[in-house]
Design a protein around this ligand. Sequence first.
Ligand code: GCB
Length: 733
Amino acid sequence: MRTIISLNQNWQFYKTKPTDSTGEAVTLPHTWNAVDGQDGGNDYHRGTCWYVQKLSRPELENGERVWLQCKGAAMTAEVYLNGEKLARHEGGYSTFRVDLTDHLGDNNELCISVDNSDNDTVYPQKADFTFYGGLYRDVELIIVPAVHFALGYCGTPGMKVTPVVDLDAGTAVVTAEAWVEGEGSEKNTVSFTVAGQTQTVPVVDGHAQAAFILENVHLWDGVDNPYLYTATASLSSGDEISARFGCRKFEINPQKGFLLNGRSYPLRGVSRHQDRQKSGNALTLEMHKEDMAIIRELGANTLRLAHYQHAQEFYDLCDENGIVVWAEIPYITQHLTNGCANTLSQMEELIVQNYNHPCIAVWGLSNEITAASTVNEELLENHRALNELCHKLDSTRLTTMADVFMLEIESPILEIPDVNSYNLYFGWYLGDLEQNDEFFDEYHEKYPDRAIGFSEYGADANPQYHSVYPERGDYTESYQCVYHEHMLQMIEARPWLWATHVWNLFDFGADGREEGGKPGQNQKGLVTFDRQLKKDPFYLYKAAWNQTEAFVHLCGSRYVDRTEDVTEIKVYSNQPEVTLYVDGKQVASQTGHVVFKFSVPITGEHTIEARANDCHSVMQIKKVEEPNPNYTMPGRAPVVNWFDQGDDDPTCFSVNDKMADIQADPKAGAIIGQMMAKGASSHGDVAEAVKDNPALIRMMGRMTLLSMLKQAGTSAEQIQQLNRVLQGIKKPQ
Ligand code: GCB
């Protein structure tokens, strides 16, 4: 038996070193950045704070031991008992434990300092999210017999279960291992029970192992049937633990994409940051469950749990719901010369603590690590060390990496992980939507024997903003729809992408951001930070992925006031046919896949209804003379979309042509050349950066001139002028 006692209550919290005066009474989970970490300005409190509580010695029998367990202290914690420092833990996302037994008096003061200040050794240090500080997951005491299953190594669950499935035979060989600590452990035996079979084996050098054969194995088969087995281990000293596991086979094939249990199973889903509005990273089980319910409604079959280890409760939910997971450490954006040991220790904890979760398919080595670092031997060596560590600790899973868009596909770093994945933001931060398609096609053609995935893509949207001419950078919900409609099609046409993850399922805290009408937030979520509002693109993916719940969704229900005479009504549905009603009258029916678009003349107030089978969706819209100013981000002029209207002569050049095509023509190229020379003299630093970056030059060549000009902030008049000049130059036949 082991006893677990929650220590979540009765803490005194101090923002500075504890004094005799009382601190603030807090209950865990707790963060001190729930408010200031989400309001923008990047000035949230970062430093060392203290949690103090009185602890009386628990009743102990026969040499029982008392361990302290912290499931998440961000970022670096030190544990003191009665003023004596017992432990230090670096890494804000994993479990760690401390044996308190020999230091306990009758009455004790337990003090945990937690530090989220910046430094050059503990990741993350530079990233687009708030580094909340706090004792933000459960703190517990674990009381175990003198000889007990291991608690002292890397937050281990004490047992490792490795199922190896033979799909043809319908069997699995399940190896159960346990580690034992405490004096005299070799005099003990361990009884393992798996699927009704029990084996009792001796403890040798603190380790016990047994293998089981499961006939007619019940597979863990993704969202449709995520069957879980439980293995228990009982020690003759009386300690007992259990672990759930699943029998499944994951494969990643460069041509076929992801395979689950031998069948094609393209991983299509979203990324999740754990935090939420007002709570920060201090979450309850109910909150985790609410997130999972939203994921199930969306119909995603995979999650990238970014950019760090998530709560055990959440990996459990992924196991139970059949969600295939990419798990990773916060080795992100910038390599730190002094941080190598920390990447390794965070990876070791991630794997040791999560090995048994059947949901996890891959270990992520790093994210966009070359965004602010160059590919040099030190960086490569850190990645090789991580990759080897993953394989040493876990021979059953593959490693991966999320590459930043400007990382050359020929870079040697791509050869380190087993499979790669790219974060691309063409169509949001820069460039055009089609560049995503081109990028992957080029990669796939050049490296047909390398699996490639799409680890991040997204566009920010404040659901208050709408536009009849949505465009990149406008933060409208309308553009978020345009963006994701393109991406969905692009992905559906490329089943060989082994996994794709929308960035992000939820808006999240990024206190360094000041944009899009909500300072302190990254608004690429399909759902708002408080989980209360599902933006329209949520329903796009739901229509594509959720095959169990029939529904129809009218887009633009928040875009009530419309200036156009004929408005576009867009409907997302997983049904094959949608019928539209305006003011109660049927106006059109359409068959299609996911996206249904109707043109509707408007004159006053109208009730719009979409129906598909038994489902319906209703909204009100209104024709107005002047654009509603609340629909546009302050400081941004409403878009006049004269240049997309297609009245250019297609036999001549225009700003809608790609940079590379224009540059290849002697006449048109000369005009662009002159323009670039002028630009370079006023933006010398940018020109310098571009000159040395062939990936960037190639990428710019693929952008339309129009999107380059917009990116550079060129005025509509200047663009129009240039377009006129280009329209005077015939394209080669
Ligand atoms: C990225 C990062 C992610 C950011 C995201 C963004 O590439 O990996 O952490 O939040 O871009 O929204 O810019």
